[in-house]
Write a protein that binds this ligand. Structure first.
Ligand code: NAG
Ligand code: NAG
Length: 164
């Protein structure tokens, strides 16, 4: 009976690792996180540049299950209807948070309207429309890769310790 040579060289390890990475990526297609306004966060826009949040939102394709994170100080986030968005009417939000670090997860597709609840801020442009698409299963290239890395390292360490 031929003995099975189980010694793994570094090339084999690399192939195994890559295989794990690709499996993980396929299963982690959903759930992207976006920080509103990037590093600026959720603030009153400069008076000569009031449309920054809608410009920011137009850079992405949001899908069901994605989250947006609002970072702010002494302010708040409200989700409102279209009319109240246009009027900056903060009297009847369907969602409200003022804890400074608000995660809003999109549970369905459609159009979402956000305004600041702080007095006068929405009028100065601190408001945003987000359109969320119906999940497109063919767009795997936009998968969120960051969380995969620590798992990959763990798997790599496990394989190495098992082999040595
Ligand atoms: C707005 O004004 C600031 C300072 O006055 C300037 O640096 C910036 O380029 C202006 N932005 C736009 C979009 O005009
Ligand atoms: C704000 O919206 C509510 C209903 O959503 C309405 O009853 C109220 O009159 C509005 N306020 C103003 C100032 O338009």
């Amino acid at each position: 009976m031929a003995s099975f040579n189980f010694s793994l060289n570094s090339t084999t390890l690399l192939v195994l690792l890559l295989a794990f990475f690709s499996c993980l990526q396929i299963s982690i297609v959903a759930s992207h996180e976006f920080q509103v306004g990037d590093l600026k966060g959720w603030v009153v826009p400069p008076s000569n540049d009031t449309d920054i949040y809608n410009i920011w939102a137009s850079n992405f394709r949001f899908q069901i299950g994605d989250s947006i994170i609002f970072k702010y100080k002494k302010d708040s986030v409200m989700e409102v209807g279209k009319e109240n968005y246009n009027d900056c009417n903060a009297t009847q939000p369907t969602f409200f948070s003022n804890n400074g670090d608000t995660e809003f997860k999109f549970g369905h597709s459609g159009t979402f309207y956000f305004i600041s609840g702080a007095s006068g801020h929405c009028e100065k442009g601190q408001k945003m429309i987000v359109r969320v698409m119906i999940q497109d299963l063919h767009s795997k290239s936009s998968a969120y890769h960051v969380p995969v890395f620590p798992i990959g390292v763990f798997v790599f360490a496990f394989v190495v310790s098992y082999v040595i």
